[in-house]
Design a protein around this ligand. Sequence first.
Ligand code: ZN
Length: 64
Amino acid sequence: MKKNLIDFPRSKFWLVNCKKCKQNQIIFNKASTVVKCLNCGAELAVPTGGKVELKDSKLVRELS
Ligand SMILES: [Zn+2]
């Protein structure tokens, strides 16, 4: 059986690219708080109750 990094089903880490400063950052797709860019402070993703919604960022790829 494949061992996941974390225990929750369907939880993933996403590599996203900040639209403002073009820096890549890894975020948790079930974060419960706003995820901010560590470089410029833009709001990369906002929580929606389940998954986060990307705001000032775009998804580069999912990390398994
Ligand atoms: Zn940024």
